[in-house]
Unconditional design. Structure first.
Length: 212
């Protein structure tokens, strides 16, 4: 099964992708994660993408299309895959179609903007080990200190409220039309994402005809 997960930044696409990976045994391809890896490694692609990601803008298509083609050509994608966070524009959707991706279903996780802002702006990450926390939902034992390794916690630039609002604005302007594109294709599934993770997972599984 070849799937696309669509949703605003912080809508839970990565978490739900993990559930689908467990169920279907296919890889999840997240362009966001791949780009962050390039940022961490200081590659040429990462340096080009840095300015766009930190300001909340979309990374230009030409920086990721070749990377995506290479990833989908790997053997682990032969039985299907899950695209997490791509395509984000109609142009990207058209490029994906041109690549012969043959998408079966597009799952759109529907969420509320203010809930997303609360969720993302409260995230903190350990600078040493990378462990994730949340000021409301997953607090560290000691403020500002990682409970696992004792390292300092910080807020990523793309989790700051002003950046999150910018990213949401970009999402609504450029990515919402992608839903209409796939709705016309008859493969769009709208899922209410305003619930606990297991509930959203069940909604997705039911919509895809998968037993839990």
């Amino acid at each position: 099964m070849k799937l696309i997960l669509i949703g605003a930044p912080g809508a839970g696409k990565g978490t739900q992708a993990e559930k689908l990976i467990e169920k279907l045994g296919i890889p999840s391809i997240s362009t966001g994660n791949i780009l962050r890896e390039h940022l961490a490694k200081g590659t040429e692609l990462g340096e080009k993408a840095r300015g766009y990601m930190e300001s909340g803008a979309l990374v230009p298509d030409d920086l990721i299309v070749d990377m995506l083609k290479a990833r989908l050509s790997k053997p682990d994608c032969e039985k299907g895959y899950i695209l997490d966070g791509y395509p984000r524009t109609v142009r990207q959707a058209e490029a994906l179609c041109g690549m012969g991706a043959g998408i079966d279903r597009v799952v759109s996780i529907e969420t509320d903007d203010e809930a997303i802002i609360r969720r993302m702006s409260g995230r903190r990450v350990c600078r040493d080990c990378g462990a994730s926390y949340h000021l409301l939902y997953n607090k560290p034992e000691k403020d500002g200190v990682c409970s696992k390794c004792g390292g300092p916690l910080y807020q990523r630039d793309d989790d700051k409220e002003e950046t999150v609002r910018a990213r949401l604005s970009v999402f609504h302007q450029q990515t919402e039309p992608v839903k209409a594109y796939y709705e016309k294709e008859g493969i769009l599934l709208r899922i209410d994402g305003m619930a606990e993770i297991p509930v959203v997972t069940k909604r997705i599984f039911d919509a895809l005809g998968l037993s839990e």
